[in-house]
Design a protein around this ligand. Structure first.
Ligand SMILES: Nc1nc2c(c(=O)[nH]1)N[C@H]1C(S)=C(S)[C@@H](COP(=O)(O)OP(=O)(O)OC[C@H]3O[C@@H](n4cnc5c(=O)[nH]c(N)nc54)[C@H](O)[C@@H]3O)O[C@H]1N2
Ligand SMILES: Nc1nc2c(c(=O)[nH]1)N[C@H]1C(S)=C(S)[C@@H](COP(=O)(O)OP(=O)(O)OC[C@H]3O[C@@H](n4cnc5c(=O)[nH]c(N)nc54)[C@H](O)[C@@H]3O)O[C@H]1N2
Ligand code: SF4
Ligand SMILES: [Mo]
Length: 906
């Protein structure tokens, strides 16, 4: 169905225009309207005409305008160094492109095509992938091209291909409104796909019979929303889904007719799950058998059952099996190809789907073709106009870094991803980056972890400077439009790839320069779209013109029509036309807990941060919800380990260690731990959460098990502490203060919601006074306005303030004044006497976390409202919380659920 389209560029006042584009964060793919004055983005609002969000945005989308920078927070020019260890220097872009081509050509000439590798990202546009892919395979001659989608969607790809025959999510967003039962597995969509979660909330509110089941080891906001939460032992999903099938078989809830007509392989699986009774699964999953039975009934009896799933399934050594076991439930009940039904894998990144379509991964070729198939290779070679494509299998992400470490890959080109924070087993990843002969990093923002390992930096344009297309989770292709020009020398990613390709062709095979003769991104798209002709995803009839005219479209796009749902006819893209059941059974995680490493660590996302925070750390609103990294432990474990709330804990795994403040959290079960994935060595001492995680991969998808490692926690033993804050531009100050991260056992440098940056450090013993004075200098506190230093005890307590309020503070030893000072920094009242505060004579007001960032409502205010007996509507009415984007509503409801006593009192 065509949506009525708003115009793509509107003049909304004499000096302001509005450009229709897509949010650059999650795979929901919300339409945005970017408001531009001159070369400045002055606002971003939801696009009411986009079918994904119909005008809604989450907290991250709403804060997009604050992340647009044209200054030193960006990579503004190409940079290179004379040699390792030498400083980076700005160089001309043309020279940088030549240098990249020289190093690639040199490695290929000396060591062969497989001595180069391309590590890309699900955040690239389809046009970017298309050019990089042709460069790698048709010109450089290697299949060593992979992306961070290997850490993200690759088990979903192999799960779909193994069962349904093609990599295609069969459902669509409208099914959220039409489902009777929604099974959410390994997805915290309240945080990770908030606008889809809003749609689900609205659907359940209007259809009280709808049942929501959540499968997650932790009681997340998503799980708290569910009618039934199955808090399973991490890694045990296959046993759970097989047990649900066991119940469905026993209770006659399977659709034997659908199984007979449209599937194959069921008998083997039927025999397999016979033994997987709910009681047997209870032992493996730690979930009561009766809850498994309940889940199976709600699913099996539903008019329409939809499942939504993400990293809790994919990031596992059994990721493909977990996907298959869930898809089996749909095939066995015929819950697919109908409104409201289907196994719906939500994509993480904004264009992980487009990457899969363009074949921008080692194990894929354009148009869902397979590099292991000689026929597919020949066809792609013909479409690209080259003789042949390389047949040696390409390295997948983890193997690529291993190949670098072992010296097989010499030149590595990284674009739009930050592997020195996001790959597991950081010690190994960083050893590889050091070992590489030449590392090219194509990056938009300054200060990322991976930039420190670059020999050559290429300046990339980013949202909202780029133009092209993305495909969202429901197979919908939308146009991303440039609203402003890139700053400095920055160029769109595909342009940089094209420029190096032409130079590389000149050095290697001059005739091939014509392969990269695109005049604009529309030509890149047209070539790519043609390659989908006759394939399952066919959108060969789409071009920028049709997308402009008819709006975003879902593939396959045939006869002038997009496709909302797949497999309505029960015919699947397998050789037999039947979907396949696979013989899957529970396998353990790659490592298990032991006496030495007794805790199960899982990792994941927070509501307002995006991955390694290059972009979200720039928006003040987004740094308020969670200000500092931490590890969640069950309160019983905290007591047992002698950790007070907020105390620093040291976590050890078999691969590394990390110090973090520990927070009691009964959303995790005893014996479990959770660390958010966001903070890496650019923000804290140590190598971030992935110092701990396990690089073991799923045998089919090669996706690493980021969701499970065995760890030990203990008090960090860092009694000396200091806290500081300085006013100014968070990004610039963070860069200035970053060297301090390496000088303490624990340290964080964090942009704050109040503006400026906060520094917190701790060490075993008080540092040398000279070091503290140097730190005071770095904070512009050499001559403070108020000071209470105690040279005998080696403590400094200093404040600098003026008419404009607090400028900086540093506290060592006793940090009690911190809250009052930070509250002041955040626009609160100045303390009555700064001196008394620094001397510890008066306590300031306690600070409370911001829960609702749109309206600015703190946790304390919400808890106060709950204690007064307010329900959600009353809280919204009296405090305003939850009335902006709505992303905080699940958390407000969790706070209400956790305070039954307070409500009872009212
Ligand atoms: N705010 C925000 N949103 C994002 C992103 C972001 O960085 N920030 N990133 C985007 C990207 S790229 C992705 S991939 C998605 C990820 O979206 P999600 O997958 O929803 O997010 P995660 O927090 O990584 O993991 C989801 C849940 O898996 C659970 N889990 C851990 N182990 C298991 C297990 O063995 N079984 C089951 N069933 N569950 C388990 C965790 O407790 C966690 O709550 O989010 C996208 N959206
Ligand atoms: N422990 C743990 N680790 C994880 C995960 C987890 O759940 N737990 N999840 C994994 C998953 S699912 C994912 S998707 C990855 C994500 O991990 P990464 O891809 O490493 O994370 P990002 O921070 O999104 O990195 C994107 C980089 O591209 C830059 N950039 C932004 N826009 C552009 C652009 O237009 N062009 C270019 N060239 N650069 C740009 C940004 O500044 C940033 O440095 O993390 C994985 N790592
Ligand atoms: S849900 Fe939020 S982060 Fe995801 S696309 Fe929409 S606005 Fe962007
Ligand atoms: Mo992801």
């Amino acid at each position: 169905m065509d949506m009525p389209m708003a115009r793509r560029i509107d003049i909304i006042s004499e000096d302001t225009r509005e450009v229709a584009s897509i949010c650059c964060y999650c795979g929901t793919g919300c339409g945005v309207r970017v408001q531009v004055r001159g070369d400045a983005v002055v606002g971003v609002r939801g696009d009411a005409s986009h079918p994904a969000n119909r005008g809604r945005l989450c907290s991250k989308g709403l804060a997009l305008a604050d992340t647009v920078r044209r200054d030193g927070a960006r990579v503004l020019s190409a940079r290179a160094r004379e040699a390792r260890g030498q400083p980076m220097q700005d160089i001309a872009l043309a020279y940088a492109l030549d240098l990249a081509a020289d190093r690639l050509a040199g490695a290929i000439a000396r060591h062969g095509p497989d001595s180069v590798g391309f590590y890309l990202s699900g955040q690239l546009l389809t046009e970017d992938y298309a050019v990089f892919n042709k460069l790698a395979r048709a010109l450089a001659g290697t299949n060593n091209i992979d992306t961070n989608s290997r850490l993200c969607m690759s088990s979903a790809v192999s799960g779909y291909k193994r069962t349904l025959g093609a990599d295609a999510p069969p459902a669509c967003y409208e099914d959220l409104e039409l489902a009777d039962t929604v099974l959410i597995a390994g997805s915290n969509m309240a945080y990770a796909h908030p606008v889809l979660f809003r749609r689900l909330e609205a659907a359940r509110a209007s259809r009280p019979g709808m049942k929501v089941i959540a499968v997650d080891p932790r009681r997340t906001d998503t799980a708290a929303f569910a009618d039934l939460h199955l808090p399973l032992t991490p890694g045990s999903d296959v046993a759970l889904f097989n047990a649900m099938l066991n119940v469905m078989l026993r209770e006659g809830l399977v659709d034997e007719d659908y199984i007979r007509r449209h599937t194959e392989g069921f008998d083997t699986l039927r025999a397999r799950v016979q033994a997987v009774t709910p009681e047997a699964a209870q032992r493996l999953c730690g979930v009561p058998a009766r809850d498994i039975v309940q889940a199976a009934r709600w699913f099996g009896e539903a008019g329409a059952a939809l499942s939504l799933y993400t990293m809790g399934l994919n990031q596992s050594v059994a990721g493909t099996d977990k996907n298959a076991a869930l898809i089996h439930l749909h095939l066995a009940t015929g819950q697919i190809g109908r409104p409201g039904a289907g196994p719906f894998s939500l994509t993480g990144q904004p264009n992980a789907m487009g990457g899969r379509e363009a074949g921008g991964m080692a194990t894929l070729l354009p148009g869902h073709r397979d590099p292991a198939s000689a026929a597919d290779r020949a066809e792609v070679a013909r479409l690209w106009g080259v003789d042949s494509l390389p047949d040696a299998p390409g390295a997948t992400a983890m193997d690529m870094f291993d190949a670098v470490l072992e010296g097989r890959i010499k030149v590595l080109w990284i674009a739009a991803t930050n592997p020195a924070q996001s790959l597991p087993d950081q010690a190994r990843v960083r050893a590889a980056l050091e070992r590489a002969e030449f590392v090219i990093v194509q990056e938009a923002y300054a200060g990322t972890e991976t930039l420190a390992y670059a020999d050559l930096i290429l300046p990339a344009a980013t949202w909202p400077e780029k133009s092209g297309t993305v495909t969202n989770s429901e197979r919908r292709i939308s146009r991303v439009r440039a609203a402003i020009a890139p700053p400095g020398d920055a160029q769109p990613d595909w342009r940089l790839a094209q420029a190096v390709a032409r130079r590389l062709a000149a050095r290697m095979a001059p005739a091939k320069a014509d392969l990269f003769a695109y005049r604009d991104e529309g030509e890149v798209f047209a070539e790519h779209a043609r390659m989908t002709a006759g394939r399952d995803l066919d959108y060969s009839a789409l071009d920028y013109g049709t997308l402009a005219q008819r709006g975003p479209q879902q593939w396959p796009y045939r006869h002038g029509q997009g496709t909302a749902r797949l497999y309505a006819d029960g015919i699947f893209p397998t050789p037999s036309g039947r979907a396949r059941f696979c013989d899957v059974s529970w396998r353990p995680t790659a490592e298990t807990t032991s006496e030495e490493f007794p805790l199960q660590l899982t990792t994941g996302r927070l509501r307002d941060h995006w991955h390694t925070m290059a972009r979200t750390s720039l928006a003040r609103a987004l740094t308020q919800h969670v200000e500092e990294p931490w590890v969640s432990l069950h309160p019983d474990d905290m007591r047992r380990l002698d950790l007070a709330p907020g105390a620093l804990a040291r976590l050890h795994s078999r691969r590394g260690s990390l110090v973090l403040p520990a927070q009691p959290d009964d959303a995790v079960r005893p014996g479990q731990a959770f660390v958010p994935m966001h903070w890496g060595s650019a923000f804290m001492a140590g190598l971030g959460v992935n110092a701990l995680t396990n690089p073991a991969t799923d045998p089919l998808s090669r996706q690493p098990e980021l969701k499970f490692s065995a760890v030990r926690a203990e008090p960090a033993g860092l009694p000396w502490q200091a806290a500081a804050w300085r006013q100014g531009d968070g990004a610039a100050l963070r860069a200035d203060l970053a060297p301090w991260l390496r000088r303490f056992d624990y340290a964080v440098v964090l942009p704050t919601g109040a503006g400026g940056v906060r520094l917190r450090v701790a060490s075993r013993a008080a540092p040398d006074p000279a070091l503290l004075h140097e730190l005071a200098e770095a904070l512009d506190l050499r001559r403070p306005d108020v000071a209470y230093d105690d040279p005998a005890r080696g403590t400094l307590r200093r404040v600098s303030a003026g008419q404009d309020g607090l400028r900086a503070f540093l506290l060592t030893g006793d940090l009690r004044a911190q809250d009052a000072l930070l509250a002041w920094a955040g626009g609160g009242e100045a303390p009555a006497s700064i001196a008394a505060l620094l001397m510890g004579r008066v306590a300031g007001p306690a600070r409370s976390r911001t829960v609702c960032v749109c309206i600015g409502v703190s946790e304390a205010a919400i808890l106060g409202g709950i204690a007064r007996g307010c329900d959600l509507a009353a809280l919204k009415e009296t405090l305003g919380c939850g009335t902006g984007c709505g992303s905080c509503v699940p958390e407000i409801q969790s706070l209400m659920a956790r305070r039954p006593a307070a409500q009872a009192l009212a």
